[in-house]
Design a binder for this molecule. Structure first.
Ligand SMILES: [Zn+2]
Length: 211
C-alpha cells in the first residue's frame, strides 16, 4: 500500500507492461475463448485462462462468473451511460480475494457478447486484479498506463487484435465504474462494516442466490 496521495495514479500511468514470474501459457485458452459463445463454456475456459495468468504472475486466485443475462444498465438523457460489460471486485482478506463478473448478453439488444469483446473485457478486469494484488496499488484507475497493460497482456497472449487503443478519459480514470473495492481499514478483518452503498453495489452486482 502506498502512502502518498496520488501515487497510485502516477504509478498506474507510468507502467505500460505486465511483469511475469514465468511466461503465461494462456494463448491456446485465449484462442479457445474466441470460439465460444455460451456463458457456461466461457466461464470454464475463462477461469482456466485467469488461473494461468495468476500463476504466471504470482498472484492470488481470481474467480470468474459469467452470468447468462444482460447487464443491468443506466441511461442518461435516453442514451446508454454505462458501457462496461464486466466488474472486478476485491475483498481485502489474507490473501486478498479477487472476483470478476461478466454479463454474457448486451444491455439493450440482449445479444451474446461478441467473442473479441468478451475476451477484451476479461483481460481488462484481470488487469484490475493485477493492479491491486501485483502492483499493490490501493486504487486501479483507468489511466493510459492501465490500457497499455491490457494491450501488452493481449500481445503476450498473441491476441493483440482484441484490444483497440483506448484513450484515458478525464474523471473515468480516477473513479472507474467497474471496480468495487474498499480500503483495507474499512473491509479488513475486525474493521467496521463497509458503507451501505458499497454493500448495496456488491449485492446488486455479485449477489447471492442466482444473479
Ligand atoms: Zn475497468
Amino acid at each position: 500500500m502506498t502512502g502518498v496521495p496520488g501515487s497510485a495514479y502516477q504509478r498506474s500511468k507510468g507502467l505500460e507492461t505486465v511483469s511475469w514470474k514465468q511466461f503465461p501459457l494462456g494463448r491456446g485458452l485465449a484462442l479457445s475463448l474466441l470460439e465460444e459463445q455460451e456463458a457456461a463454456r466461457r466461464q470454464v475456459t475463462g477461469q482456466a485462462l485467469l488461473d494461468a495468468l495468476d500463476e504466471a504472475a504470482g498472484l492470488p486466485a481470481c474467480k470468474l462468473v459469467v452470468a447468462d443475462r444482460p447487464q443491468r444498465h443506466r441511461t442518461r438523457d435516453g442514451r446508454l451511460a454505462l458501457k462496461t460489460y464486466g466488474y472486478y471486485r476485491i475483498a481485502w482478506e489474507a490473501p486478498p480475494r479477487g472476483s470478476i463478473r461478466i454479463y454474457n448478453l448486451t444491455a439493450i439488444r440482449q445479444q451474446v457478447l461478441a467473442p473479441k469483446v468478451f475476451l477484451e473485457t476479461l483481460l481488462h478486469e484481470w488487469v484490475h486484479h493485477y493492479d491491486f494484488t501485483g502492483l499493490q496499488l490501493d486504487r486501479s484507475p483507468h489511466t493510459s498506463g492501465f490500457y497499455g497493460r491490457i494491450r501488452d497482456l493481449a500481445e503476450t497472449l498473441g491476441v493483440g487484435y482484441v484490444t483497440p487503443p483506448r484513450r484515458e478519459m478525464p474523471g473515468a480514470a480516477q473513479v472507474p465504474d467497474d471496480v468495487l473495492s474498499a480500503a483495507p481499514d474499512r473491509l479488513g478483518p475486525g474493521g467496521a462494516a463497509p458503507p451501505q452503498w458499497i454493500r448495496d453495489q456488491v449485492m446488486g452486482l455479485f449477489g447471492r442466490g442466482g444473479h
